[in-house]
Write a protein that binds this ligand. Structure first.
Ligand SMILES: [Zn+2]
Length: 116
């Protein structure tokens, strides 16, 4: 790693990635919730479709639509969250931490603690 601590010039730098972890969790939750909404819609669509094929078809169609909606929503939300967290880590948060002196700083020179 080429980053140096701006405080003591040590090259022992650790990454925190708080934003990525946090946003990943939030994104997955939001995605699962979105997936739940999609699942409900999917279940309705599946049930309607299934009604044509009979009562059993409605149940299978509804379940299938619900599961697919939840899975898709959760995965999409998590990916979007990780992406957002990556941006947060790079632009907003002090993502890097010196392992020698504990100084936290960012790779983006515009967002360092000592600039304001
Ligand atoms: Zn340092």
């Amino acid at each position: 790693m080429s980053e140096k601590c701006p405080n003591c010039l040590s090259q022992r730098i650790g990454k925190r990635n708080y934003g990525k972890k946090f946003a990943g969790v939030v994104g997955a939750s939001a995605g699962t919730y979105g997936g739940y909404a999609a699942a409900t819609a999917g279940a309705h669509a599946g049930a309607k479709l299934g009604i044509v094929t009979g009562p059993g078809g409605a149940t299978v169609g509804g379940l299938g639509g619900a599961v697919i909606g939840a899975l898709l929503g959760g995965a999409t939300g998590a990916s979007a969250g990780v992406l957002l967290g990556d941006i947060l880590d790079k632009r907003v948060l002090d993502n890097l931490r010196c392992l020698d002196c504990g100084y936290c700083f960012s790779t983006d020179p515009d967002s360092r603690d000592d600039t304001y």
